[in-house]
Design a protein around this ligand. Structure first.
Ligand SMILES: Nc1ncnc2c1ncn2[C@@H]1O[C@H](COP(=O)(O)OP(=O)(O)O)[C@@H](O)[C@H]1O
Ligand SMILES: [Mg+2]
Length: 242
């Protein structure tokens, strides 16, 4: 059902101890969209991603996924609703092989189409197939990012959360990763919520975007609108990545 709200974040406040990192955040991600959240280092982007999974937990507000209030659900139950993430820093298992990392992403329910799902990941990222028996920790940064996304896809997610997939990668690799995200969205209709400091790349990829400053969403619009917005350009794009 294109256009319906898949993820609805309303008035979310998240704290670290007594320090409030999110000050009442409202974000919506509709079925079939790519939505980007951009903002400077320390704005609260990763905190929002982690709050969706309940760690740390929202102290105020609600998070609804596919009509279910997940604000207070345990993290493993949230994952079971088929939200998957590639977290900041990728967090692959360095001593496990590429294949073993992918196995870790598959839930028990998905084992019957395991081979099919692995082949889909390899079709998306042929580099991973070439490195199938290699340990995760010996991969390049770009390959680790591919593996992190591939592992998330093994859960057959309805919503894919990506935290800074382009961080530290060469432009050519960033293009490959963004092309793969676009392909997943186009071919499979996968809904993607993406956090990026690479505002230019993210807003070009996204249908819609949000700008976060100090734990507040300060602007939102289509990717095109935000790319053309003078404030966005001055703060995030001028002298930037293009
Ligand atoms: N585990 C933590 N404990 C205390 N403060 C944290 C922790 N993680 C993040 N913060 C603080 O919360 C704010 C938002 O951080 P973060 O969500 O990581 O921002 P971003 O992902 O946009 O760079 C920052 O001020 C950061 O220092
Ligand atoms: Mg972050």
């Amino acid at each position: 059902m294109a256009g319906t709200t898949l993820l609805d974040i309303k008035g979310v406040e998240t704290y670290y101890g007594n320090i409030r990192a999110l000050n009442g955040v409202n974000v919506q991600v509709n079925q079939g969209e790519i939505v980007a959240l951009i903002g400077a280092n320390g704005a609260g982007k990763s905190t929002l991603m982690m709050t969706i999974f309940g760690a740390p937990r929202a102290r105020a507000g609600t998070i609804t996924f596919a009509g279910t209030d997940i604000t207070q659900l345990p993290t493993h139950e949230i994952a079971r609703l088929r939200i998957a993430q590639s977290p900041e820093g990728r967090r692959i298992f360095p001593r496990m092989t590429v294949m073993e990392n992918l196995q870790m992403g598959a839930s028990l329910d998905n084992l019957k189409h395991y081979d099919e799902d692995v082949e889909k990941v390899f079709a998306l990222f042929p580099r991973l197939k070439e490195r199938i028996a290699q340990r995760g920790g010996t991969l390049s940064g770009g390959e680790q990012q591919m593996l992190s996304i591939g592992r998330a896809l093994m859960a057959r997610p309805k919503l894919l959360l990506l935290d800074e997939p382009s961080l530290g990668l060469a432009p050519l690799i960033v293009k490959q990763i963004f092309d793969a995200i676009r392909e997943l969205n186009k071919a499979q209709g996968l809904t993607v919520f993406l956090v990026e400091q690479n505002a230019f790349g993210a807003l070009k990829l996204a249908n819609r975007g949000y700008v976060m400053v100090n734990g507040n969403v300060t602007m939102s619009g289509t990717g095109k609108e935000l790319l053309a917005n003078p404030e966005v350009r001055a703060a995030y794009l001028e002298g930037g990545h293009h």
